[in-house]
Design a protein around this ligand. Structure first.
Ligand code: DI6
Ligand code: FE
Length: 432
């Protein structure tokens, strides 16, 4: 079977978890290197065997016959129809572990104002920024919110993404946050990708709470159990910043999350150092995100807690930030580094995670391999999915991305080019 005629068969069989598939003739970058094995987990001539939505075996093509003998019964082997990957590069499906995909409207006008000299903070303080997206989101129907977010998720997928984290944060009321989280959940039910939802109610102060930030935090703490009871929340986030919420306010939200057994993460040290990363680390946060103004204390706290540093080069670039996150110190401290799009209408309206790989290298000086680990293996850790996602490895979910390049170095090197040729998500091939 070739890739071209596989689409229909795959969708017929997509819910059959007993189907074996043999993916042959690829260059593999497994991103699962252990000490002593090659960089990238590189296998120049490799095959994969998948069983339903799981990877059953990955290895050199010369060993796949033996694996088939060992893992499949004779009738299963006879029924197997190999899929020739024609020398495409196969990597783990990319993981975009920080996005704000659900919102109404856009902020192109604000971009214009910033180009004329207004700062992101000035616009936010004048009632624009996040608040203007909140107004547009509240006006949008459920269907419009869902359809816009679905189109964005499909664009991410066309560029190799098979797992995406989606935050709320533009509804900022019990009902509107729930609508956004439901739209995010529905994306996971509509597309064959993994969706993790995050409540970011502590993103900005909604107009009805003007001058009453502590009351709004109280409200969030009461709403959270209701969203959680509806199964809408996988994690809890906040924006700790002088234009948003103080560490003390964020801590109350984190406490409410802890009571519900929900993991936390934090937008921290994006515009100034508020000690947010250290606070997040005290709550064993999955990740602390942005981190341009991160201090040495913050780094030490993150290293001790195993909190992932989620770097967002799109927001750094788009806000024309000049202060770099402390990459060398994060590296030296052994803090795992992840990379995401931070897709949102105000500070990072990009839908290309491969472009973020390039920016992570050019702007932040990550190596191409570090950038790719950041969009696969470490991104999985940042979502609490390190055991099942982010590597081409037996027992992991059968999520991989297909690329028309010879070596994974090229994914960070090329920019603005669409090298993706499709993804396999949960064992199902979707061609680009
Ligand atoms: N930091 C960001 O970069 C996004 N949210 C946040 O807390 C921006 C959100 C927006 O401007 O709409
Ligand atoms: Fe963000």
């Amino acid at each position: 079977m070739t890739i071209d005629n596989f689409g229909t068969k795959a969708s017929q069989a997509s819910h059959d978890n007993s189907v074996w598939r043999w993916w042959r003739g690829a260059h593999l970058a497994t991103l699962s290197s252990q000490a002593g094995t090659p960089a990238w987990g590189w296998l120049p001539q490799g095959d994969l065997l998948t069983h339903g939505d799981q990877i059953a075996w990955v290895g050199p093509s010369t060993e796949s016959d033996a694996a088939l003998q060992h893992l499949l019964t004779a009738p299963e082997r006879a029924a197997l129809d190999p899929i020739d990957l024609h020398g495409l590069l196969v990597t783990p499906g990319l993981i975009d572990a920080h996005t704000h995909l659900v919102y109404g409207g856009h902020r192109a006008r604000e971009f214009d104002l910033r180009l004329q000299g207004a700062t992101y903070e000035e616009i936010a303080r004048a009632g624009g920024g996040i608040r203007s997206t909140v107004a547009a989101t509240r006006e949008a129907s459920d269907e419009a919110l869902f359809n816009a977010a679905l189109a964005r998720a499909r664009t991410l997928m066309a560029d190799g993404v098979t797992t995406v984290e989606i935050k709320s944060g533009y509804g900022l009321s019990l009902a509107h946050e729930a609508r956004c989280l439901r739209a995010a959940r529905r994306i996971g039910q509509t597309l064959p990708i993994t969706v993790r939802t995050t409540s970011l109610a502590a993103h900005a102060l909604p107009p009805e709470f003007e001058g009453r930030a502590d009351d709004y935090i109280d409200a969030i703490c009461q709403w959270l159990p209701q969203w959680h009871a509806e199964g809408l929340v996988d994690a809890v986030d906040g924006f700790c910043e002088r234009i948003a919420f103080t560490p003390a306010q964020i801590e109350r939200v984190f406490h409410a999350a802890r009571v519900l057994g929900l993991p936390v993460k934090l937008h921290a040290e994006q515009l100034s150092d508020s000690g947010g990363a250290a606070l997040a680390a005290r709550y064993a946060a999955l990740s602390a995100d942005h981190l341009e103004y991160l201090s040495d204390e913050g780094i030490a706290a993150m290293a001790a807690a195993g909190t992932v540093a989620m770097l967002l080069p799109g927001a750094y670039y788009f806000l024309r930030e000049t202060k770099l996150p402390p990459i060398a110190a994060l590296r030296a401290a052994g803090v795992p580094i992840a990379i995401a799009t931070d897709h949102n209408p105000g500070s990072s309206p990009t839908l290309s995670l491969p472009l973020m790989l390039n920016m992570a290298c050019t702007l932040f000086r990550l190596t191409p391999e570090e950038a790719m680990l950041g969009a696969t293996r470490h991104a999985a850790t940042a979502l609490g999915l390190g055991h099942s996602h982010g590597q081409l490895r037996a027992g992991h979910r059968a999520d991989f991305a297909l690329w028309a390049v010879d070596h994974p170095n090229e994914l960070a090197y090329r920019f603005g080019e669409r090298a993706g040729r499709g993804v396999v998500a949960g064992g199902q091939l979707i061609t680009a």
